[in-house]
Design a protein around this ligand. Structure first.
Ligand SMILES: Nc1ncnc2c1ncn2[C@@H]1O[C@H](COP(=O)(O)OP(=O)(O)O)[C@@H](O)[C@H]1O
Ligand SMILES: [Mg+2]
Length: 355
């Protein structure tokens, strides 16, 4: 097994820089997810690691060895793509064994590895089928099987679940995570879906516009987003962001632009006298008969919880309640805010100011 390091990695297409100096340290056996909006450079970074794209600057190491100019086949990696790229005229068994055949592995060894991967993935009974005779989830498993038989140092996944329906995605998420727990192979996984990142990763790298915005465990990113971008990107429904300033007379009170006072528990000195964004996750708002009034804009019952949009501090604020709410749009609801979970960001730089 092997760790992976990116050191000041850069990539331009012509004059156009798309990766602008990326540093990431991936430990041996770690499951790391690169997440960010479409076009931020995730696939480019993964393709550079795989050797499918040359590197304009910096260094990429696999297992301590610089691989910048090493051809893909010598990097000991296996990649699973979004579109599976299975050979339609080959059976499951042939698809899975294809790379071993190319490498002229002995037949018995190849059969053993294919059997092993098929066993892990529950494909034992489908080895004679052709891709067209498989469901989307089964095809995805064959694509993973093809990677597993190679027993690589590093697995790379590029949006492997985006072609699956919502239910299957959830099931495959758990399967891939379980697979990693079993094989413990270093994994770099790319997705635009923050839920996938949160649920599967040991460590998440949030990317935006060719730079790394923050690296951390899922809950570190959720609880202490380094900036407005990460705060807004991680979490669903998204963090509420209300503009305003601390009250100079009373710093535990945040004045929204419309004058509404919102609570702050530990105002950092740096936040005083600055334009701020008050970041509040929807679940830290609760129903409270003595609380702040807000007009209900939309109510969305999910069964398990109630999602609700309120007019508060001049903004539309999303709330998530465990309770069911019988009020109607247009009516006023009273709520309390858990001030100990409020995030303050510098409105100008977007940087987090709270500890
Ligand atoms: N071969 C290419 N030539 C020119 N521009 C490219 C090429 N591949 C990707 N890009 C550009 O690089 C940026 C990052 O792309 P990509 O890595 O595919 O993003 P992501 O996977 O995060 O959606 C995008 O602006 C994209 O248009
Ligand atoms: Mg991509």
């Amino acid at each position: 097994m092997a760790g992976v390091q990116f050191a000041d990695v850069r990539k331009s297409f012509g004059q156009f820089p798309v990766i602008k100096g990326v540093n990431i340290d991936i430990a041996d056996g770690e499951f790391v997810i690169l997440v960010g909006p479409s076009g931020c450079g995730k696939s480019t970074l993964l393709r550079m690691l795989a050797g499918l794209e040359n590197i304009s600057g910096g260094e990429i190491k696999i297992g301590g060895r610089v691989v910048n100019t090493l051809p893909p086949k010598d990097r000991d990696i296996a990649m699973v793509f979004q579109n599976y790229a299975l050979y339609p005229h080959m059976t499951v068994e042939q698809n899975m064994g294809f790379s071993l055949m190319l490498n002229k592995a002995p037949k018995a060894e190849s059969e053993k590895r294919v059997k092993y991967a098929a066993g892990i993935l529950g494909l034992d009974k489908l080895l004679d089928r052709y891709p067209r005779q498989l469901s989307g989830g089964q095809r995805q498993r064959v694509a993973m099987g093809r990677a597993i038989v190679r027993d690589p140092e590093v697995f790379l996944f590029d949006e492997p679940l985006s072609n699956l329906d919502a239910k299957l995605r959830v099931a495959m998420r758990a399967e891939i995570k379980e697979l990693h727990q079993r094989l413990k192979t270093t994994t770099v996984y790319v997705t635009h879906d923050q839920i996938e990142a949160m649920t599967m990763a040991d460590k998440i790298v949030v990317m935006h516009d060719g730079v790394v915005e923050q690296v951390g465990t899922p809950l570190e990113l959720y609880d202490r987003p380094a900036n407005l971008f990460v705060g807004g990107f991680i979490g669903s429904p998204a963090m509420n962001m209300i503009r305003g300033r601390l009250d100079p007379e009373n710093p535990t009170s945040f004045r929204a632009s419309d004058g509404t006072a919102l609570p702050v528990s530990n105002p950092p000195a740096a936040a005083m006298g600055r334009d701020l964004v008050y970041g509040l996750r929807p679940e830290y708002i609760s129903l409270d008969a003595d609380g702040l009034p807000g007009e209900i804009v939309v109510i969305e019952p999910t069964g398990y919880e109630t999602h609700l949009t309120l007019k508060l501090g001049g903004s539309d604020v999303s709330c998530v309640f465990r309770e069911r709410v019988s009020a109607r749009p247009g009516e006023t609801l009273r709520i309390a805010i858990d001030a100990s979970h409020v995030h303050l960001f510098d409105a100008e730089t977007g940087r987090r100011l709270t500890d």
